[in-house]
Design a protein around this ligand. Structure first.
Ligand code: GLC
Length: 649
């Protein structure tokens, strides 16, 4: 819609900053004008009623221009290239890895030297866990940031980070970093000023003189870390006030009802955009809006803020995609892709946390029905958006899918979750997993699960027992889990160390800055002599590394594995086997995963229910070709076997 006043304001701004709107700045100008009305409407829906609102909106427009002007020419041409590719992050060519720089290779200056290792594996997209300044001993793995623009000296300098980005860009790799939007460290300058009594900065946080309002909030807000950080508020003796701290007591929640907070954090987002970040991981977006009487999670205003961020980024740094790290209920995760008029206009990418947890569910039970029951929901993801598919990350595994999905498979939700928790914490007679319960809530008995991929799949115990059959079984499970994440559709994201079968590291227990948080057991310190063993044929490292590498190669070979909303789940002919068909134009690939510790049988009819009936199927994984038989004959899948089957032409 044409808006005279707003468009005049933009024109004046562009003239003031000497933009060449008919020449080199024309694409930016068009994006700005085309989206201005939506931008203003979104902003107004949140801050319209505030006296400072208008002033801050002018500041926001200024930020867009400044970001565009400061954006390096190389990044602008990369933006253009991505635009031409269409939705670049849907591609089957992308494979990611998430890593802690210090634990992976010491510091940022060592990272360029490790890019060959990563590329050798097939990884071309890196999520660097937070490297900005965060106080040692109270850093939450870097998610308690005390300076959003200063690289923590233990990782190196900003110049080192820029070098990493440039080297990655030269090697055609993509970079993801975090913006910790919900909170700052209590040692951040804003928090320090608030402690010292500065009212302007006290308004950056949720601060109260007494427990009256905090008590009201606590009535409806769940606890995130009930064991290590119970409650949602912390007393600040320096200023005699209570401050909201949803996560740890050293992480102060930012108050986004204050437009100054929004504009300051948007400025930080643009700082990262202009460093050359390809995907920005928005940490904990579900929490960014608080309202009394609610859980303070997934509120409509949180979505409005994310849409506003998306519009701003689209205008000033269009090549940067946004990942919303919303680890919430399946229906709620889906909303982070945007709804109604904003469908596919909020976060471009989200973690497929539901699918991840369901794979762990199927691995423990050998039954894929709960996973299947969830697909109706997961398939709602809009075209043009994608998942991060993963089996493990730096966080715990939450069994956050719906009770109704468990009930659809005929289980009692409480008993079922109890079984899974017992199974993965090694407290079940049938289990060879070596994990631990994380954040047990004594009131609800809720808990999540910690442990590395390998330990949860049984490798730790199998190695201890030096039991070759058990080692084989654990490796088969590891590969099954990785394969499903790899072929499902979305960007597969490995967690460093899993490509070599790292088991749990219990040394965190000796570090008082970490011992209260057992997620550190699955955050290994890389031992590069162990990595060398990937060259020793037959070693555990070599078996896992080379298989992971081969999966990535197969994925890159088949463009039908791009996320084009082209996944159809097969009918469940055998409850132990999950299967789906990836199809696009003439290309078709059936992917099947046997979650059973025994062989499973699938009628050939399973391949006759979705259009053209194949005569024979070639399995990219085993290299075998199968003739499709009559319905009363079967494809036999060995324990934990998977296959990637293409109809022969
Ligand atoms: C995200 C991070 C997690 C962290 C939390 C608080 O969920 O993944 O590691 O503890 O945010 O910042």
């Amino acid at each position: 819609m044409y808006q005279y006043k707003l468009h005049q304001q933009i024109n004046q701004l562009c003239t003031f900053h000497k933009l060449d709107i008919a020449g080199s700045d024309s694409a930016f100008y068009i994006r700005l004008i085309a989206n201005a009305a939506a931008l203003q409407e979104l902003y107004w829906s949140i801050y319209g009623s505030l006296p400072a609102g208008e002033l801050k909106f002018a500041e926001l427009l200024g930020l867009l221009v400044k970001t565009h002007q400061e954006r390096a020419a190389s990044l602008k041409s990369r933006d253009l290239q991505k635009e031409k590719e269409g939705v670049w992050f849907l591609s089957n060519q992308l494979t990611g890895m998430s890593l802690y720089v210090d634990r992976f290779c010491g510091n940022l200056s060592n990272l360029p030297g490790k890019l060959d290792y990563l590329q050798g594996l097939g990884v071309n997209f890196l999520h660097l866990m937070p490297v900005f300044e965060s106080p040692a001993g109270e850093s939450d793995g870097g998610y308690a940031v005390s300076d959003f623009r200063k690289v923590d000296p233990r990782f190196g300098t900003l110049a080192d980070l820029k070098t990493v980005q440039q080297r990655m860009q030269q090697q055609e790799m993509y970079l993801m970093t975090d913006i910790v939007l919900n909170h700052t460290s209590h040692r951040h300058e804003w928090a320090q000023k608030a402690k010292a009594g500065d009212k302007t900065y006290q308004d950056y946080f949720y601060m109260y003189n007494d427990r009256a309002v905090p008590d009201l909030f606590d009535e409806t807000m769940p606890e995130i870390f009930p064991e290590s950080a119970p409650g949602n508020f912390t007393f600040v003796p320096e200023c005699n006030k209570w401050v909201m701290t949803v996560f740890h007591n050293y992480q102060w929640d930012l108050n986004y009802t204050n437009p100054a907070v929004f504009v300051a954090m948007l400025d930080t987002i643009f700082f990262y955009a202009n460093l050359g970040v390809d995907i920005l991981r928005i940490d904990a977006p579900a929490f960014i809006w608080k309202q009394l009487g609610t859980t303070c999670q997934n509120l409509p205003q949180a979505h409005q803020l994310l849409r506003l961020i998306k519009q701003c980024v689209h205008i000033a740094a269009p090549g940067m995609a946004l990942l919303g790290e919303a680890i919430v209920a399946p229906k709620e995760i889906m909303k982070y892709f945007g709804t109604d008029a904003f469908t596919a206009k909020e976060c471009d990418v989200a973690y497929n946390a539901t699918q991840m947890a369901l794979q762990w569910d199927a691995l423990a039970t050998g039954d894929t029905r709960v996973m299947l029951a969830a697909q109706q929901e997961l398939q709602q993801k809009p075209f043009g958006t994608t998942w991060i598919n993963y089996t493990r990350c730096h966080d715990d595994i939450g069994l956050g899918y719906d009770d109704s999905m468990i009930a659809a498979a005929g289980y009692n939700a409480y008993q079922h979750r109890k079984f899974l928790k017992d199974y993965y914490s090694g407290n079940h007679p049938l289990s060879d997993a070596a994990g631990a319960l994380f954040s047990v809530n004594p009131k609800t008995q809720d808990a999540r699960i910690s442990g590395t991929l390998a330990s949860l799949c049984g490798l730790e115990k199998a190695l201890e027992l030096q039991n070759n059959a058990a080692i084989d079984m654990a490796i088969a499970r590891i590969l099954l889990m990785q394969a499903q994440s790899m072929f499902l559709g979305g960007i597969p994201m490995l967690f460093y160390g899993d490509e070599l079968g790292y088991t749990n590291d219990y040394s965190y227990l000796n570090d008082p800055g970490k011992s209260y948080d057992n997620r550190w057991m699955h955050r290994p310190v890389m031992d590069w002599s162990k990595a060398e063993k990937r060259e020793e044929e037959g070693s555990v490292e070599s078996r896992i590394f080379s298989a992971t590498q081969r999966m990535i190669q197969i994925r890159k070979q088949l463009s039908v594995l791009s996320d084009l909303k082209n996944c159809t789940w097969l009918n469940p002919h055998n409850i132990h086997v999950a299967g789906f068909l990836r199809a696009y134009n003439d290309e078709r690939v059936y992917c099947l995963f046997n979650f059973n510790r025994k062989a499973s049988f699938i009628t050939w009819h399973a391949f006759k229910e979705h259009g053209r009936v194949p005569v024979a199927l070639y399995d990219y994984w085993s290299g075998k070709t199968y003739k499709v038989g009559p319905d009363h004959e079967y494809l036999v899948l060995e324990p934990y076997q998977f296959c990637i089957l293409e109809p022969e032409r």
